[in-house]
Design a protein around this ligand. Structure first.
Ligand code: LLP
Length: 410
């Protein structure tokens, strides 16, 4: 989280003391740094400069409209998985020609809307879906460009809940079924299969698994030529991991870029990515206040006003998000501490620390790396409203989404 620095024991974002921002508003809230997002984009782009892919941001990672507008201004497209995300992408000003639509369960209504909006590609994930796209296109008197997401049966090393490329996962179409579809394509008069997509999972730290994916795609492209079928685009999905722990190994984007460049030189095909976490993950934090410090025999519970409904990753995946105080105390807790939220579940915990800077009630803590799958995974569980979101751009900041009112929940 390069945009956060301690100066004289106080946490700063650029030149502003976070404590000043906190004092004026109700916690918890999310804060995103546009500077950090731009930095991430330029790292991705420079690694990919030789083949200039279309980078579609996976909106499920962060659907804040101001964040999306910034991504659009940086020429990113969007990867959407629902009509809601599609409408949001268009609202952010992202061109229909830069939008791909993934997902195993697109409804009739969603497909119709996507066809009407002439998006770059509806990436179909089953034969049933292809039949429906063809049928709706026929009714609308249109020929629709589509992609097929294959299931490569390649296991990525990541949390099993976010791995998607194994044949036992619900995603994509097996390679053998894919060839059958191509051989029988005459059955579908109103679609043109012009894209191949693959996404093997999220928070992947070792880029070597993508080698397997690229080798497989090269094989498929060779076979397609034999079948006289031309594919114009390859969509390689997302999944590039970020470090959540201090000194954790980083995903080597430069090396990854070299790998994809080799593939590009061989295949001469337009490349698309659907990247979420790597672009916004380290650009967001969740700021929370300590409600109570509760002592039990072996530890202190630091009870925060943020809970698993606001940031679910720790509860769902046991994911680690480093917590730092807004003001460092030279004294430390005498026992271990566990940060927890106010929700009525034992899974509502954000992690245990052995020697943490002393905190007392009404102090603040910052939960890091929440810019992807933070707010988007949040809920109203326990009748708690969605929280405020603030965007930081250089030294200017503003509220971009208000805290939801409890009355609106009732
Ligand atoms: N494309 C498709 C088809 C996807 O399903 C996903 C993520 C992405 C792209 C973007 O993946 P990324 O670059 O962000 O890794 N809630 C989980 C992550 C779920 C990812 C779902 N699909 C978490 O908090 O770790």
């Amino acid at each position: 989280m390069d945009f956060l620095k301690f100066k004289n024991k106080k946490l700063y974002i650029n030149n502003i003391d976070l404590k000043k921002i906190v004092k004026k508003r109700q916690t918890p809230f999310y804060l995103y740094s546009l500077d950090q997002i731009r930095k991430n984009i330029s790292l991705v782009r420079s690694s990919f400069k030789n083949f200039n892919p279309l980078i579609c941001y996976a909106i499920k990672a962060n659907s804040n409209l101001d964040v999306l507008k910034e991504l659009k201004n940086n020429n990113l497209g969007a990867d959407v998985v629902s009509i809601g995300e599609l409408k949001l992408a268009l609202k952010a000003g992202i061109s229909h020609e830069k939008i791909v639509f993934s997902g195993v369960g697109k409804t009739y209504e969603e497909i119709k809307y996507a066809i009407q909006k002439r998006i770059l590609s509806i990436n179909a994930e089953s034969i049933n879906e292809i039949e429906i796209i063809d049928k709706i296109s026929k009714n609308l008197n249109k020929k629709t460009n589509i992609g097929i997401r294959i299931n490569p049966d390649i296991q990525a090393k990541t949390n099993k809940k976010i791995a998607t490329g194994n044949r036992a996962n619900k995603f994509g179409i097996s390679i053998s079924e894919f060839y059958k579809i191509i051989k029988n394509k005459k059955k579908f008069n109103n679609i043109n299969i012009y894209l191949l997509s693959v996404h093997i999972g999220s928070q992947i730290k070792d880029f070597n698994v993508y080698k397997k994916v690229l080798t497989l795609i090269s094989k498929i492209l060779t076979k397609l030529k034999k079948l006289n079928h031309i594919i114009d685009h390859v969509d390689l999905g997302g999944g590039m991991g970020i470090p959540y722990f201090k000194n954790e190994k980083k995903f080597n984007f430069n090396k990854f870029g070299e790998l994809v460049d080799k593939f590009y030189k061989k295949e001469k095909i337009k490349i698309i990515f659907e990247i979420g976490r790597f672009i916004t993950g380290n650009s967001g934090v969740l700021i929370s206040k300590v409600i109570y410090v509760k002592k039990i025999k072996d530890r202190y519970f630091i009870i925060l006003d943020a809970g698993m409904n606001d940031m679910a990753r720790s509860a769902i995946y046991e994911a680690f998000h480093e917590i730092i105080p807004l003001v460092k105390n030279s004294k430390k807790f005498s026992k271990k501490v566990e940060f927890v939220g106010p929700i009525c579940e034992s899974s509502d915990t954000f992690g245990i620390y052995n020697d943490f800077s002393l905190l007392t009630e009404n102090d603040y803590a910052c939960i890091t790396n929440c810019g992807a799958y933070g707010r988007t995974l949040s809920s109203n569980y326990n009748m708690r409203p969605f929280i405020e979101e603030i965007v930081f751009d250089k030294n200017l900041y503003k509220t971009v989404r208000l805290r939801q009112k409890i009355e609106d929940l009732i």
